[in-house]
Design a protein around this ligand. Structure first.
Ligand SMILES: Cc1ncc(COP(=O)(O)O)c(C=O)c1O
Ligand SMILES: Nc1c(O)cccc1C(=O)C[C@H](N)C(=O)O
Length: 411
């Protein structure tokens, strides 16, 4: 079959952009019109900054920090992890207020929530996790298993897929205390059936902790309705919080009273400024906090939350599916003939906001693309990942990126 010319493919992408109801949102991001970066396809590692965040951060430094000084804590900052957490919960997590807080890294929150969750299931001896989960999830659980003398029961998922409810059913038992899954798999983009997973985990009497790093801000979430017990996620991908912006934690209201995490710091204590002897966890979700939260780090993500609230997660997901479908169609048309294979689910109901394609030359190809401002990422052993941020990625960018990959492979 003859493939269409570059001009024809670019014209098709331009038509899709013209018909995109969210197209105007791209202009709200810094760098979207930067010609030295024709295709930014890594918003699932680091989202672009919004123009509003540039203003917000400047105003924070000059007025809030510079003007209010230490008074800022009493006036606003002390409550910020909870108030931003509540906004995130409403806009994007499908969670009622009082269950979400911002702070630490995903890694640290995984540790705190996994330990706190395990303490709610005393006497049980196993933690379930999949072999292809993100490294930090595996390492944190390996460390906890060693620390507490528990067994890690691995789900041997294959890198092309993800964990299915049937996989889970075959490993959970009366010994399982905790199951940790990534809602969207970092490599394949496989989207777990979270409600089905929660049902199976609960039938076994265990708790479900979801890592939402690759779904929050891209895939609609309904944590309360799904029955998820605990969740963590990062804010620097689809929430555009900036490099190293703090993560978030969700602890279901039903568990909070008995939930105790292991890093007892003064900021998570009841009445921290009494500086009292002994640790008494603060009431509610505040008990997840340990030390002073990064206020400067958490302010930018509010601008993306405002956009997500305005657009609605349904429209965000519709654009996300349109982008990944388009990317896969173009991959089939121009890259499969060059020996590329698709490593993501081809059914959009089983896929999050990114796709991965495989070829033995991709490690070198990605290095060369970066020098040209075409920016996907490489994931070993031979995956090139296209992360498509619904609010800031255009169809034209996807087209430019895939044609640049074609040109590199044809070289
Ligand atoms: C699934 C998943 N979990 C955790 C992390 C990272 O955690 P941290 O922000 O602590 O580096 C990432 C990405 O870096 C991820 O993709
Ligand atoms: N967090 C990252 C970082 O500090 C440097 C480079 C990449 C990242 C990422 O977010 C990687 C990403 N979570 C992944 O899925 O591979």
């Amino acid at each position: 079959m003859m493939t269409a010319s570059t001009d024809v493919l670019a014209a098709r992408a331009a038509e899709l952009d013209a018909a995109d109801p969210l197209r105007s949102y791209r202009d709200l991001f810094i760098g979207a019109d930067d010609r030295s970066v024709p295709a930014y396809l890594d918003g699932n590692s680091l989202g672009r900054p919004t123009k509003a965040s540039a203003e917000r951060i400047t105003a924070f430094v000059t007025q809030s920090w510079g003007g209010r000084l230490i008074r800022g804590w009493d006036e606003e900052w002390y409550e910020l992890p909870i108030t931003i957490g509540d906004t995130l919960a409403r806009v994007s997590l499908g969670a009622a207020a009082g269950q979400t807080t911002i702070g630490d890294s995903t890694t640290v929150l995984l540790y705190k929530l996994a330990r706190g969750g395990l303490a709610l299931r005393p006497g049980r001896t196993e933690i379930v996790v999949d072999r292809d989960n993100f490294p930090t999830d595996r390492y944190v659980l390996e460390s906890i298993a060693g620390e507490l003398g528990l067994t890690l029961r691995w789900i041997e998922s294959d890198t092309r897929g993800g964990v299915t409810v049937d996989d889970l059913r075959s490993v959970v038992s009366e010994h399982t205390a905790l199951v940790v899954l990534s809602h969207v798999a970092y490599r394949s983009g496989y989207l777990v059936d979270a409600a089905g997973a929660a049902r199976v985990v609960h039938e076994a009497g265990a708790l479900l902790l979801l890592d939402l790093c690759h779904s929050v801000g891209s895939v609609p979430l309904d944590l309360d309705a799904w029955g998820v017990d605990l969740a963590v996620g990062c804010t620097y991908k689809y929430l555009n919080g900036g490099p190293g912006s703090p993560a978030f934690a969700y602890v279901r209201a039903d568990h909070q009273q008995d939930f105790v995490q292991p890093i007892w710091g003064w900021m998570g204590r009841e009445n921290p400024f009494t500086m009292a002897q002994g640790y008494e966890p603060a009431p509610g979700i505040r008990r997840v906090i340990s030390g002073t939260p990064s206020v400067l780090g958490m302010i930018a993500l509010q601008d993306t939350l405002a956009l997500l609230g305005e657009v609605g997660m349904g429209a965000v997901r519709a654009k996300s599916i349109a982008l990944t479908e388009y990317a896969l169609d173009l991959v089939r048309e121009v890259l499969i003939p060059l020996g590329v294979e698709i490593g993501s689910p081809e059914n959009s109901a089983e896929r999050g906001g990114h796709v991965i394609i495989d070829h033995p030359r991709f490690e070198v190809v990605v290095q060369r693309l970066w020098t040209k401002g075409v920016i996907p990422d490489f994931r070993a052993p031979q995956g090139l990942r296209l992360g498509l941020s619904p609010l800031s990625t255009s169809f034209g960018e996807v087209c430019a990126g895939i044609l640049a990959i074609r040109d590199e492979l044809a070289d």
